[in-house]
Design a protein around this ligand. Structure first.
Ligand SMILES: [Zn+2]
Ligand SMILES: [Zn+2]
Ligand SMILES: [Zn+2]
Length: 177
């Protein structure tokens, strides 16, 4: 009797690490399209643990790794800014230091996975979506903040975001406008 060793993992398979079902949001694919046996949060957690250990055991290698990550982030961000002419879609701000990726539908926090997925993934998705994507745009931090908090930017150049997706009601207790 032959046994099948190859498991075709799909969404709904159990994560090898946390034993939770893997969802569309938590799956991680290899370059060949097959799925990792663990969910993305577990993969990221293991990676963080490994890095923490490396920091203790081999600070030089840890620093080199961090520099590579930083370089990778800068390159991806530059690609995104190039695509958007280094300009805020709303007010025309052109200083890179003020520019950021805006999720048109306000689901940035979800996509960042509470910052666990890192910003590279969001920039990568925005680059793949192209310069005229209805989902991603380049805004300065002022316009991004206004539309995120209030659902509109007072410059008046952006269509208002629908009320249900703004976080105006979720202002943190220590927040002072
Ligand atoms: Zn897991
Ligand atoms: Zn702006
Ligand atoms: Zn604006």
């Amino acid at each position: 009797m032959t046994r099948t060793h190859v498991v075709n993992r799909t969404v709904g398979s159990t994560c090898n690490a946390c034993q939770e079902p893997i969802t569309e949001d938590t799956k991680k694919l290899r370059p060949d399209g097959t799925m990792f046996p663990e969910c993305r949060p577990c993969i990221n957690r293991k990676r963080r643990d490994k890095l923490a250990l490396l920091k203790e055991t081999d600070p030089e290698a840890h620093k080199a790794n961090r520099d590579r990550e930083r370089e990778r982030y800068r390159a991806i961000r530059k690609q995104f800014l190039d695509m958007h002419n280094h300009t805020c879609r709303c007010c025309g701000e052109t200083h890179d230091e003020f520019l950021t990726l805006d999720h048109v539908n306000g689901d940035g926090a979800k996509e960042r996975g509470g910052n666990k997925n890192g910003p590279c993934r969001a920039y990568r998705a925005a680059i793949d979506a192209g310069p005229n994507s209805p989902d991603y745009r380049c805004l300065c931090c002022n316009c991004n903040f206004a539309i995120g908090r209030y659902g509109y930017c007072p410059h008046g150049n952006l269509p208002p975001r629908n009320a249900s997706s703004t976080n105006e009601l979720e202002i943190p207790p220590n927040f002072t406008p």
